[in-house]
Design a protein around this ligand. Structure first.
Ligand SMILES: *[C@@H]1O[C@H](CO)[C@@H](O)[C@H](O)[C@H]1NC(C)=O
Ligand SMILES: *[C@@H]1O[C@H](CO)[C@@H](O)[C@H](O)[C@H]1NC(C)=O
Ligand SMILES: *[C@@H]1O[C@H](CO)[C@@H](O)[C@H](O)[C@H]1NC(C)=O
Ligand SMILES: *[C@@H]1O[C@H](CO)[C@@H](O)[C@H](O)[C@H]1NC(C)=O
Length: 419
């Protein structure tokens, strides 16, 4: 069933839009033999379109089934698909084994130290023309740079259809890119890479490098992206840098960024949920544990929570420049703060960025009241199905909201709570 739905409407159900009736009619005139099949396909497409409104969540489920099919039916993919020989990979810094306390460190910390100097990894998937070529990349107003992991297929699918949809809005272009490493090893790794390749053939939105996509490699991922941007998309005006589990109101972001009167992306901007006066966590059991062997200093510079932040193209290029001389720290958002500090510029706070979650006032029963999400820029930790629902709800022209949820001060373009 799935196989031949796909044959008529390639990329089911993602590209329903390209599966128009008119297009199909033309094909029918051309090829009588195929007409019956195409007609049936059209009917199926129509059924899907009719069903679409009341079963968006089903789409996600269908997609998941499709992923499973891909994963289970593609045993025959090319096993000779080769990556560059391992000799071209960066070698671990063995001198750490000489440090007496090295053996006492947790494995992921050891791993980080051994490979800390490695900043270059082979690219597996690229989208060289994402920004229309380096020269034309100023046409990209907002580049959505979304950190994802190979297995997060469902999240990517939802984002493609909701806030991260590529589009022209208020006269400016929004483009999307997912940045991904590799997971596991051996057959599992090849299978995941195969999935990503299929996904990229269809969506043209994945940058993948051959490094272990682990929590402690997120800074590496960030730097590899900045290096890519330098080559492929140097003039993008603004970027949203975030995780694949955020709800981002990209409409509000465009409004906010277009309201930056003296900044077309060529000046400093770095804003989000600011975190200051904190330092490395020295508790071994913490996910964020940073021993003195990684950083001696007990303070971190101010930084913006990594769930999501907005920055200008200028600031992205500046951070990239600084990254050549700032030694890697595995916590990616703190590392951004270190590069800013080195460049002598500061992150700022934006009320609308809620990477620590959105606190809905006491007494409000529905914490998913769309009225709150219509006013914000970004909230962290959203389940895929809630992203779907919320994206639809905030665009509902009949949505009636009390005026006093949040009040926006127009001059600054920031959002403030009404007292
Ligand atoms: C390897 O580690 C040693 C000991 O920490 C350090 O002094 C040296 O600079 C490192 N080498 C590279 C290439 O990073
Ligand atoms: C990737 O990193 C994680 C966390 O450090 C580790 O558990 C896993 O074994 C690594 N995988 C590979 C293939 O190196
Ligand atoms: C980062 O990725 C590299 C390349 O796969 C791997 O060797 C290293 O162990 C990873 N580091 C961490 C801390 O997971
Ligand atoms: C980054 O460095 C390059 C060369 O080192 C320089 O030409 C460029 O102006 C720098 N860009 C920023 C934004 O600092």
């Amino acid at each position: 069933m799935f196989a031949w739905i796909s044959s008529g409407c390639s990329g089911f159900p993602h590209s329903l839009k390209t599966c128009g009736i008119g297009e199909m009619g033309e094909k029918m005139r051309k090829k009588n033999v195929e007409s019956a099949l195409l007609f049936l396909t059209g009917v199926v497409c129509l059924l899907i379109i009719t069903n679409k409104n009341d079963s968006k969540e089903d789409d996600v489920n269908l997609k998941s089934k499709k992923t499973e099919e891909i994963l289970h039916n593609q045993e025959d993919f090319s096993r000779t698909e080769t990556l560059p020989p391992s000799t071209s990979y960066c070698q671990p810094n063995m001198s750490f084994y000489k440090l007496p306390e090295f053996s006492t460190l947790p494995d992921h910390i050891k791993d980080f130290l051994l490979y800390r100097h490695c900043k270059s990894f082979p690219m597996i998937l690229d989208v060289p023309d994402k920004c229309g070529g380096a020269q034309n990349s100023a046409d990209v107003f907002l580049l959505l740079v979304i950190k994802s992991s190979p297995e997060n297929y469902d999240r990517r699918e939802v984002l493609r259809k909701t806030w991260a949809e590529e589009r022209l809005h208020k006269g400016v272009w929004i483009r999307r890119i997912f940045i991904i490493g590799t997971s596991s090893s051996g057959l599992g790794k090849r299978r995941m890479n195969r999935l990503l390749k299929l996904e990229n053939n269809e969506n043209k939105d994945i940058l993948q490098w051959d490094f272990n996509d682990s929590f402690f490699n997120l800074t590496l991922k960030q730097i590899l992206f900045l290096e890519w941007m330098d080559r492929r998309c140097p003039h993008a005006r603004f970027l949203l840098n975030g995780d694949d589990d955020i709800f981002a109101n990209t409409f509000n972001m465009i409004e906010y960024l277009q309201g930056q009167e003296d900044n077309d992306g060529s000046r400093h901007l770095f804003t989000g949920n600011i975190i200051q006066n904190v330092g490395p966590i020295r508790k071994r059991s913490s996910k964020y544990y940073i021993p003195v062997q990684i950083q001696e200093s007990d303070i971190y510079p101010p930084y913006c929570g990594g769930g999501g932040f907005l920055l200008s193209g200028f600031t992205a290029r500046t951070i990239y420049n600084m990254s050549h001389s700032v030694i890697l720290l595995p916590i990616d958002d703190v590392y951004m703060g270190m590069c800013l500090k080195k460049a002598g510029i500061k992150p700022t706070s934006h009320f609308g960025v809620r990477t620590a979650g959105l606190r809905v006032p006491v007494g409000i029963v529905d914490k998913f009241d769309p009225c709150y999400y219509r006013e914000i820029l970004l909230v962290h930790r959203f389940l895929p199905h809630m992203i779907f629902v919320m994206w639809d709800e905030i665009q509902n022209p009949n949505l009636r909201c009390a005026k006093n949820n949040f009040k926006r001060t127009k001059e600054q373009g920031v959002f403030q709570r009404e007292i």
